[in-house]
Design a binder for this molecule. Structure first.
Ligand code: PYC
Length: 317
């Protein structure tokens, strides 16, 4: 192959329906340090990956990218930086589950506990003997409860603001019915809420942008306790129950006295796939959410970036 061709190795998986593309090799140097410190190196040198690998014609907009990195922390198996069509993500729990199954697939890990460094902290992922993955997430908490926001076309909507590794606005019992046939209207609704939060200056702690909106409703069957629909930054909904979103939900339930240590909460996605979760309490209203889900590796490939290809860096770029 000539030098005008750049080759990038990836392994794809889906976690309860939501895709993860792990970038294994072939990426420019983004520097060292913690995963948080490397984010600026990613933006400077590797941001092209977002459109090139996740956008058309190689990917599709709902894909989440996970750049596999070495970690400088001795206790960590590896580090990871998550990104999607809109930019960098603070964290991604379905992506962590996908990454663990990818590391198992290439023979790097076997069943047991593995620490992974993310930009928001270290998580402990357990690859269970039967194949599922349990992630003990970063400390999570409800920041504000029953916050009202006026949403154009929908009126006043109430929700909680919580951190689960990303910032969420959690809406329970308002909005369109949670059904697969309603994905388009659920998308319109949650995007309108995201816009309204931003216009009203409603944020997470320290002015952080709330970039995920999560709507809850009754469970679709007896396999779960609730169903959700989660809108991610970039306008795509999460096909899985959203791991950081489930973490935020667990923190809210705990703060409301509705989830005790030892109890299990089963969160269904809009596709009816399920994450099960529990909490370990920390000080105050903080908890460590512990979330279990399944992922399957479904592709291993080498992406070719041909400098002569008009869409070498994706159609969206
Ligand atoms: O599972 O945490 C998650 C997630 C965040 C965005 C998409 N999935």
């Amino acid at each position: 192959m000539s030098e005008k061709l750049q080759r990038i190795s990836v392994i794809d998986s889906h976690t309860e329906g939501e895709p993860t593309r792990v970038v294994m090799d072939g990426v420019p140097d983004i520097g060292g340090g913690t995963m948080r410190e490397r984010l600026s190196g990613f933006v400077e040198n590797a941001d092209f990956l977002r459109a090139a690998l996740l956008g058309e014609p190689r990917g599709f907009e709902a894909m989440v990218g996970a750049l596999l990195c070495d970690s400088e922390l001795e206790e960590c198996e590896c580090g990871v930086i998550f990104f999607n069509n809109a930019g960098l993500l603070n964290h991604c729990l379905h992506g962590t589950i996908g990454l663990v199954k990818t590391l198992e697939f290439i023979g790097q890990i076997t069943a047991g506990e593995h620490r992974i460094e993310t930009p928001v902290g270290i998580v402990t992922a357990t690859l269970n003997p039967e194949g599922s993955v349990t992630v003990a997430n970063v400390p999570s908490y409800r920041y504000r409860k029953s916050v009202a926001v006026e949403v154009s076309g929908w009126g006043e909507i109430m929700g909680d603001i919580a951190w689960g590794g990303n910032w969420f606005f959690l809406i329970d019992g308002f909005g369109p019915e949670l059904s697969y046939d309603n994905i388009s209207i659920l998308s319109d609704f949650t995007l309108a809420v995201m816009d309204a939060l931003s216009s009203a200056g409603i944020t997470g702690e320290n002015g952080d942008r709330i970039d995920h909106v999560e709507v809850f409703g009754p469970p679709p069957d007896d396999q779960s306790d609730s169903r959700n629909f989660v809108m991610c930054p970039g306008g795509q909904y999460d096909r899985s129950p959203c791991g950081t979103g489930t973490s935020a939900k667990l923190a809210c339930l705990y703060d409301a006295g509705k989830l005790k240590p030892g109890s299990i909460w089963r969160q269904s996605s809009i596709l009816k796939t399920v994450f099960s979760g529990r909490i370990e309490p920390l000080e105050g209203n903080r908890v460590i959410p512990i979330v279990t889900g399944r992922a399957w590796v479904n592709s291993q490939s080498v992406m070719i970036i041909d400098q002569d290809d008009p869409f070498a860096f994706g159609i969206a770029r």
